[in-house]
Design a protein around this ligand. Structure first.
Ligand code: GLA
Ligand code: GLA
Length: 664
């Protein structure tokens, strides 16, 4: 299952020309044509072999309802082709032009307070608007007919970052589509009334027409949580419908050209359930931007790892990341020397067969003028451009890696968008609970221990792992507890945390005590939630400290062991971490937020007892991240100091600060 195995997907470059794609978003419409020649010259010098083109070009391509201007794009396509640079061509539908929104303001999204999302930024369109759909598909058809056979074209890039700015629309068009979606899900209002527990607060519906999206109900009013959860599901599906509509038309017009769209598997983006999207594209593509801070690199690795597993372990396409600072964080920090290459190669380590940036040339004006690019404001005589050229050469040397699948680890973190949504939705015992941060802390703990772990969607085939950690598995639909139990009895080792097992797929609490659906598996029972106040700490007898949460745990199975007890606080003397043997496996529960350091102390023991060990020599554990793609082993220096990796590299090798090497 490796090397040149792109059979499952239609990869944008032929497997015969095995290479790692290297490129950028290219926005030539921001520059006069004479700059285009400089662009392609510099692209060639840096080794670019692909660009994404036309992402925000709708207004330029179609300046009026029946006015089309392809001449500039023809010229750019030809110029790129003449310079052996392939094109991932956008359908151009990401941001509608002013003539369209002026004529059809009914395509503009509406927020939950009823405010119109006006033009002036981008992506101001309703995913459910039939009018928008019609105009978007008209553009898609025009693009496909014009460029479907252009020799530069290697892939279609549908829209851009679905849901980045228009994830939630509460308009009348959305209301109509939401009702259709609910009708398909529940079939009767009686079933919907049960699912939404509308017996509470006189919310019973007697007709589908009465149902609305969860619009503003007033400050502190606690709108129906099941309604909101379904709206999140619906919103992800509504965007997916638009993806499918564009994709289906492209497949009809240009069946030989692969279709993708850029996901946003990244720290703060949670609107799209990518586990339900990955099967919709011919190859998975992702955009990722680093969050500055001590876990920045770990978060990058986590996202790349999850993306690779969304792609089923097959190669995927890094569509965007940054050469240096972004321009949308509160403080936009430039990358330090080495980070540009390290970040890129960490994506490659987790299965990316393409390394692309936003964007090629840094804008001189507009909303993104302070966002870094491959060619910065200061030009090509810069450290950034030199680092770009070096990266191009490195990727050329790594062509042998292209096509290799990820090699699964023995441990996995299960990631679930619905638990993310449900755990962080009001009302809740504590609004300090953070789903993705908890998952990331477990990932950092694995990295600190030098144990390779996959981050994998909950609906994947995770039974093949020896150890699965499901942090904050808040929502456990019927069937999942049984699946976990069967896995554990068969020898699998399950770890979960506070706030897990609480509700089913309708956000109904599993009755009989917490952690609800998982009580029997874990051999514990909790009668009341015991979240901690911000200034409260709960010390454990293993030297770690809990925050955010604690539980008053009763053991219900004499076989359940206590791995750590609370030493201070309300629960002093009571179990904090438990482990129940199950057949030849086990099920462990961590009842408080320990942070990455505290998690590592527990994980060390749990992994050891599951027989999952580090593949790195002791002196490299924590200092180096190991990622494996078939015969290619990536060693990523997580530190700012040189690390001697001779033991793994097979020859005397010092890995510089923030450096990456690939060994066989
Ligand atoms: C108020 C309301 C009740 C209930 C409680 C909860 O008192 O009248 O219906 O919502 O708050 O604290
Ligand atoms: C997103 C968008 C790009 C650009 C970058 C900037 O990824 O897709 O158009 O705005 O953010 O970080």
């Amino acid at each position: 299952m490796q090397d040149q195995d792109h059979r499952w997907l239609r990869w944008p470059t032929e497997p015969a020309r095995r290479r790692i794609a290297f490129g950028a978003d290219y926005n030539p419409e921001q520059w006069p044509p004479h700059v285009w020649d400089d662009d392609v010259r510099a692209m060639r010098a840096a080794g670019l072999n692909i660009v994404s083109l036309g992402i925000f070009s709708w207004a330029r391509i179609q300046p009026g309802a029946d006015v089309w201007d392809f001449t500039w794009l023809d010229e750019v396509m030809d110029l790129l082709h003449a310079n052996s640079i392939a094109v991932d061509l956008a359908t151009g539908t990401a941001s509608p032009p002013h003539w369209l929104t002026t004529k059809h303001p009914e395509i503009l999204p509406v927020d939950h307070e009823g405010r119109t999302v006006w033009p002036g930024a981008r992506q101001h369109w309703r995913p459910t608007s039939p009018v928008f759909r019609e105009h978007a598909l008209r553009l898609v058809r025009a693009m496909a007919e014009r460029y479907g056979r252009h020799p530069a074209l290697v892939a279609w890039h549908v829209s851009n970052e679905f849901g980045c700015h228009n994830a939630y629309d509460y308009s009348d068009a959305a209301a109509a589509a939401f009702r259709d979606w609910l009708r398909a899900r529940y079939r009767s209002t009686a079933a919907l009334n049960r699912a939404w527990t509308t017996a509470v607060w006189s919310q019973r519906y007697s007709d589908w027409a009465e149902i609305l999206p969860p619009r503003w109900t007033g400050a502190g009013s606690q709108p129906n949580p099941a309604q909101r959860l379904d709206f999140l599901r619906f919103s992800s599906d509504a965007l997916r419908e638009h993806l499918r509509a564009e994709r289906d038309l492209l497949r009809e017009l240009t069946p030989e050209v692969p279709v993708t769209t850029n996901f946003m598997v990244a720290a703060s983006v949670r609107a799209v359930d990518y586990a339900r999207w990955a099967g919709e594209v011919d190859f998975v593509a992702n955009d990722h931007y680093v969050v500055p801070g001590p876990q920045g690199l770990d978060e990058l690795s986590f996202s790349a790892n999850l993306t690779g597993n969304l792609a089923g372990g097959r190669p995927w396409f890094l569509m965007e990341h940054s050469t240096s600072a972004v321009s949308w964080q509160p403080i936009n920090v430039a990358k330090r020397p080495g980070e540009l290459a390290r970040d890129s190669l960490t994506h490659v380590a987790h299965g990316a067969d393409a390394v692309c940036f936003f964007q090629w040339r840094q804008s001189a004006g507009g909303a993104e003028k302070y966002h870094s690019a491959m060619v910065p404001h200061a030009g090509t005589d810069t450290a950034v451009f030199r680092a770009v050229c070096e990266l191009g050469a490195t990727l050329r040397d790594l062509a042998r890696v292209a096509g290799a699948h990820r090699t699964p680890a023995r441990a996995a973190i299960l990631f679930d968008w619905e638990s993310w949504w449900a755990a962080e939705q009001d009302p809740r015992p504590s609004d300090r609970v953070r789903y993705r941060q908890e998952a990331l802390d477990w990932y950092t703990a694995f990295l600190d221990l030098g144990i390779r772990a996959d981050v994998t969607p909950l609906d994947a085939d995770w039974e093949r792992y020896d150890l699965v950690v499901a942090p904050l598995l808040h929502m456990v639909p019927g069937g999942l507890a049984a699946r976990l139990t069967v896995y554990a009895i068969a020898g699998g080792h399950v770890v979960t945390t506070y706030c897990s097992g609480i509700v089913d797929e309708h956000d109904h609490v599993w009755l009989g005590g917490y952690p609800g659906a998982l009580c029997d598996l874990l051999g514990i029972r909790i009668e009341e939630f015991a979240p901690l106040l911000d200034d409260e700490r709960a010390e454990l007898d293993n030297g770690t400290t809990g925050t955010v949460w604690s539980d008053r745990i009763d053991l219900t199975d004499p076989a359940t062991e206590v791995l750590a007890r609370y030493r201070t606080g309300e629960q002093a003397g009571r179990p904090a971490v438990t482990r129940r043997p199950t057949g030849s496996g086990s099920a462990a529960y961590v009842s408080t937020r320990l942070g990455a350091g505290g998690v590592a102390a527990i994980l060390d023991e749990l992994a050891g007892r599951a027989g999952v060990t580090s593949e790195l020599p002791p002196e490299l554990r924590g200092a180096v991240e190991l990622a494996v793609r078939g015969p290619h082993r990536f060693l990523i220096n997580r530190t700012d100091r040189p690390v001697d990796v001779s033991a793994v590299a097979g020859a005397a090798t010092i890995l510089g600060p923030r450096a990456v090497i690939v060994v066989r």
